[in-house]
Ligand binder design. Structure first.
Ligand SMILES: [Fe+2]
Length: 319
């Protein structure tokens, strides 16, 4: 079994730059997931994010989870529950406009820290996108530009906790899915595991590692790379002991960004075989995803192709 890819970003600054770029390329082509260490976000700051997130969960979220989910979800259930997840979450939007001020129950300190955390993650996401451009032979800034739309990228953080579950066989922490957007950066619990990805038909653990950031690719990067990189299915297995913290930040296209395969990455051969990914407006994809998140991605791509070919049948005014 190959090892889950761990990339030491510091090595980009020295003699091992080429080997490190090669590792990133291999991870993007064969895993859709990798773990970053020495990524430039200080351990001390990450510890603060973790402490405040855990304090917020036990003060404001845990009781609510017990009342709403834990007490009812498994009552009299014998077969696997397929319409819910064993998780407690809230969502922070950072771009195009922050909603942090409107989220109830956050302390002032937590708000300030999460804003700062988002800034650092945004920078790291953009740095990663440029490393991907380099590996793909796209000009620097291509992906950032592709995500830009009229208002810049959509960027947000899902703060989740996966509480202990008495029956992990009956309910998933989070059901299997691929991520819809661009690139995802995850700060996950270093003790309580549970995140798994699907590789070659087998579920593989994404190992907890203190102070690392897990990166994974979403459906939009699969479209833009015309399938050279793929979004990969993943899920969270609920654990009987311990609460798993997961802070996932999604760097996605702006809602009106038009997404399509980079012309430089579409080979003549795939064009001839009609194996080119669709072109669409990102928010149209998200509408579809909202209803079909826990389904395979291929029908989503097919549906977007259909929308696009309908559009091309509509007579257009000459410009
Ligand atoms: Fe996900």
């Amino acid at each position: 079994m190959e090892h889950f890819p761990v990339i030491n970003l510091e090595k980009l600054n020295g003699d091992e730059r080429n080997a490190t770029m090669e590792q990133i390329k291999d991870a993007c082509e064969n895993w859709g997931f990798f773990e970053l260490v020495n990524h430039g976000i200080s351990h001390e700051f990450m510890d603060t994010v973790e402490r405040l997130t855990k304090e917020h969960y036990s003060k404001c979220m845990e009781q609510r989870f017990k009342e709403i989910v834990a007490s009812k979800a498994l009552e009299g259930v014998k077969a696997e529950v397929k319409d819910m997840d064993w998780e407690s979450t809230f969502f922070l939007r950072h771009l195009p406009e922050s909603n942090i001020a409107e989220i109830p129950d956050l302390t002032d300190e937590y708000r300030v820290v999460m804003k700062e955390f988002a800034k650092k993650i945004e920078q790291l996401a953009e740095e990663m996108l440029d490393l991907l451009c380099e590996n793909l032979g796209l000009e620097k800034g291509y992906l950032k530009k592709a995500f830009h739309g009229s208002k810049g990228p959509t960027f947000g953080t899902k703060v989740a906790n996966y509480p202990p579950c008495p029956e992990p066989e009956l309910v998933k922490g989070l059901r299997a899915h691929t991520d819809a957007g661009g690139i995802v950066l995850l700060f996950q619990d270093d003790k309580v595991n549970g995140l798994q990805l699907l590789k070659d038909g087998q579920w593989v653990d994404v190992p907890p590692m203190r102070h690392s950031i897990v990166v994974n690719l979403g459906d939009q990067l699969e479209v833009i790379t015309n399938g050279k990189y793929k979004s990969v299915e993943h899920r969270v297995i609920a654990q009987t002991d311990g609460t798993r913290m997961s802070i996932a930040s999604f760097y996605n296209p702006g809602s009106d960004a038009v997404i399509y395969p980079a012309p430089a990455l579409v080979e003549k051969e795939s064009e001839a075989k009609n194996q080119v990914y669709p072109k669409f407006v990102f928010e149209d994809y998200m509408k579809l995803y909202a209803a079909l998140k826990f389904h395979a991605k291929e029908p989503r791509f097919e549906a977007m192709k259909a929308v696009n070919s309908n559009l091309s049948l509509v007579p257009t005014a000459t410009a």
